[in-house]
Write a protein that binds this ligand. Structure first.
Ligand code: ZN
Length: 139
């Protein structure tokens, strides 16, 4: 383990213990929930769009679960502000793993990508392109 990896590990713990953008938005454009039943992680995301209905203005989340899932949601909530829904949809699991900065075992990948998947599905539901009540990492 190099120093770089320790730094990222610290960062994950810090986001887990002091999650950023934690809570609810007063007037979200859309809200979506998801879970990773393999681990018991749950995430709820509130997203508020700017007047152009495309640019993400702010994101808040609430959740419960392991450090990876919650730190990922905390980091993502900050990263998404200023992005467009198009840019959100273009994100993939590698973006999340890069953001976390540590090696993620195949078992934990679902923990890592849960928040991203909740945000992406929420955006698709908002656009009428998807019809689910809840995202799960099973599919
Ligand atoms: Zn987990």
């Amino acid at each position: 383990m190099g120093l770089g990896s320790d730094m990222y590990r610290q960062q994950i713990l810090d986001h887990y213990k002091n999650p950023r953008n934690y809570g609810e938005l007063e007037d979200p454009t859309f809200t979506h929930i998801g879970e990773n039943p393999m681990c018991g992680d749950e995430i709820r995301m509130d997203v508020e769009l700017a007047d152009d209905e495309e640019t993400i203005e702010r994101v808040a989340f609430q959740g419960d679960g392991c450090a990876i899932s919650q730190a990922s949601a905390s980091m993502l909530s900050g990263k998404l502000a200023g992005k467009t829904l198009e840019e959100l949809q273009e994100m993939d699991r590698d973006d999340v793993i890069d953001m976390l900065g540590v090696d993620i075992s195949p078992m934990r990948v679902k923990c890592a990508v849960l928040a991203e998947k909740v945000a992406q599905d929420g955006a698709e539901i908002y656009r009428g392109e998807l019809d689910v009540d809840k995202t799960t990492t099973e599919d």
